[in-house]
Each structure stands twice: as structure tokens, then as C-alpha cells.
Write a protein that binds this ligand. Sequence first.
Ligand code: GLN
Length: 246
Amino acid sequence: MELNICHLYPDILNLYGDRGNIITMKRRLEARGMAAHIEECSIGQPLDIEAYDIFFIGGGQDFEQEVLLRDLAGGKARDIRAAVEDEKVFLAICGGYQMLGQYYKTWDGSQMDFIGAINIHTIGAKERMIGNYMFRTTPESSGTIVVGFENHSGKTYLGEDVAPLGMVLSGYGNNGEDQTEGARYKNVFATYSHGSLLPKNPELCDFILQKAIQRKYDVVQPLSPLDDTLENNAHAYMQQRLSRKA
Ligand code: GLN
């Protein structure tokens, strides 16, 4: 078995080591004897959505998100919408998450119309939501506790037919108001959690990989356990610290 992973805009949306998520997916597939092929697609490069099983989009500043608008309008937005409806797997972080939505109105009043692949929108607030945080994913998205780091001024609101990825246990999540965190629509997994998302939360990583395998090969492939001592220690340390804050 093999999965093809497309890293979208790796040179633009590249905050906080979000690339580590791709490395984690690759390593965890290879450890189970599967192959992972990673390709990058940035501004001006054609995107062949049929060629990939997983799409990854990292976070970025408001300015960087704006830079992408013209490239998205050149056909990529339409193709990404089609891939989402076709149940391809997406993992989108922070700025990438916002970009999959309808629009982002920044705190200083300018509006960026985004892809509209998922029914969410984002409104900028003057105060940033920043810090380590923790949430529990819904049973449909693995049902595990995720520890992470968030830094955003955008407050995201979920529309009809979009479920939260999880519920906040400590921190802000989508908007600091309704306790929701991230979004889940078909096989889109979107979250505000940066770089350490999959390295520190291996159960969620395996869950996402299984979704991609299931879609491609039409089998529910059990993934053999790996030695996750390091990952679990990092997770337990953060969970303990954040539990004290909650
Ligand atoms: N620019 C967006 C915001 O501040 C996303 C930031 C990010 O990706 N960390 O809300």
C-alpha cells in the first residue's frame, strides 16, 4: 500500500513547523511497511488532485493568506472543493483551515473571500488567542485528547453540516466562545493546533491515515502499534500541565 501526499503552499503557509505533520505521517506509514510519496505544490504550479490521497495545508499570517488569493482563483479553489466533496483526506492547520472556509474578515476590516470548501467563516478579533491548549476530539474523529499550540486572531464559526473536530478542554479553540475546536467535514480534518499536532498526538495521526487508506483501498486496515513512548511522554506532560490550568 502507498499513499500520495500533497503539501500545498509549503513555502508560504509554513508557520511553527507545521511540516512536522507530514514527516510524522510518512514515518508512521513506513514503519508499517507502507510507502508515502510527498510532493509540493505552490503558487503557479498546476495541481492534479487525482494524483493524491492526502492534502496538507499549514498555517500562515494574514498577509501570506492574502498572497494566495489570486493563485487559488486560477482554478485551485475549484479543484480543492471537488477533492473535498470526493472525500479525499485533508489536514489543514490554522491559516490553512481558515482558507478552506468561506471568508476571513480580518480585525482591521478587510475581507478575504476564500475557497468555500467547508461551510465555516472567520472574523478577526483584536486580541490574539495564543498559548498551549487541549481539546477532546469527537468520537467520529478518534475520540482522543489532543494537546497543541494555538496562535490566531481569527475567530472561526462553524456553519450547518460542519462538525467540530473536538471540544476545548483548556484554551480558546475556534473562537473562545462556544468551546468548539477545529472542523470535520467528510474527510477534512481542520484545526488551530500547530506544528506538534501529529508528532505529539499519534493516535489522531493513525486515525487520519486510516481514513486515507480506507478511501483508497476500500479496506479498514488495522495499523500495528508502534513504540510511542516518546510521543506519549510529551503528550502526558502537556496534558498534565494543561489540566492544572483548566
Ligand atoms: N492569520 C490567521 C490568524 O491570525 C492565521 C494564523 C495562523 O495560521 N497561525 O487568525
